[in-house]
Design a protein around this ligand. Sequence first.
Ligand code: HEM
Length: 422
Amino acid sequence: MTDPSSWEQILDYANRANPYPFYEDLRKTPVTRLPDGSYLVSTYAEIAALLHDPRVSSDISRNPAAAAAGVGGNEGDDGEDVGLRATFLSMDPPDHDKFRRITMRHFGPPTTPERVAGMEARMAEIVAGLVDDMAGHRRIDVVDGLAYPLPVTVICELLGVPPGDEQRFRVWVDVALQSTDPGLDPETQQKKRIEAGKELRAFMEELVETHRQAPGNDLLSALVTDDGPEGRLPNEQLVSTGLLLLIAGHETTVNLIANGALTLLRHPAELQRLRNDPDFAIPMVEELLRFEPPVHFVPFRTALDDIHIAGTTIPAGASLTLVLAAGNRDPAHVTDPHLFIPDRPNNQHLGFGGGVHLCFGAPLARLEAQIALTEFARRLENPRLVADPPPYRPSPFLRGPSHLWVDIDGIAHGQDEPAERL
Ligand code: HEM
């Protein structure tokens, strides 16, 4: 039987570096009822089933736990939270499917296959530049030096956000995400979220307008000007979707790259293998998404009907949290779940969620992590962790190091450079 306080332990910042023993405890009861009447689902098969179950809603305005936490709701277009509530992330079909399709038309195959693939060379260039900048230093921070600047630069270029604007939105995004820290009292959380949400919305409204006036080749321009077969996103959706892509596009990938560097440093044989064989990046990143996923759980799903699952009935109207990170280490799904084994035959994981809300940006995130971690392995000479575990960011659900200090002996020269940099 699961001890419900395991969940409190997972939320407790003191356990951020290693929540996995508590996830193990959660899995003893695949579906656990918490004292507030909400449910946690922690085993692979049950999470996968519910991710594909049309009786489980993502509409946050229906969710009692979200209402209690002051998140989401139907307040209208006044920027009440980070602007994510009104996007397809928190909608159900058919609206979800329609808005996702309209957005995807300009992001990926079949209509725009070159948007992500066409950035590969640019990503390699950005990563090479970031690693070049580490030359001359004996101690580097992988988060500030690589894991954060790569995805933020990529998503800004892809969307068409001017380079200097990152300084402006970083603060608001930090506040908006810190306000999900369960350590804060709900009133402070909500106040901070509203303030940050208003700033972010005003910022994106301005961008939407400037792209409408003078469109370029970027994603935002395509979204604000092009009418596909299903029409254009309504204005309020353009703003919300722009923010969703901007935030989801980097706040998760930063953790994948930082968790990846940390995991490789803890597994020197795998680091060496990546150094010798860049193709190893593909299975390695997939295993990373299972072993140290950047998104630990999906909160605020609502049962639309009584759902009988794993011997429990989740009553209609109840709030559910799908604990992806616990499902990823379910021994009923993978053997030796606590071992990092990039060659494992079954690396089907929940790192990108599943069902209709399966991560929209997965191809972009994969490519960024593969390129960043390959360059990390290839060019950093004799990297050593300064602190293990490193300090963590506050969020229990977007989990990753806030800093990752690494001592190095030097930086090997880049692909096109003739000489050592140090
Ligand atoms: C390693 C990096 C990433 C991870 C681990 C990740 C994870 C996830 C997960 C777990 C979901 C499902 C949420 C749910 O079911 O409610 C999701 C959805 C989503 N992700 Fe990602 N994500 C990553 C990168 C990105 C990037 C780079 C973008 C944008 C370019 C992005 C955009 C989205 C969007 C728009 C959704 C909503 C999809 C929908 O509701 O249909 N993500 N992501």
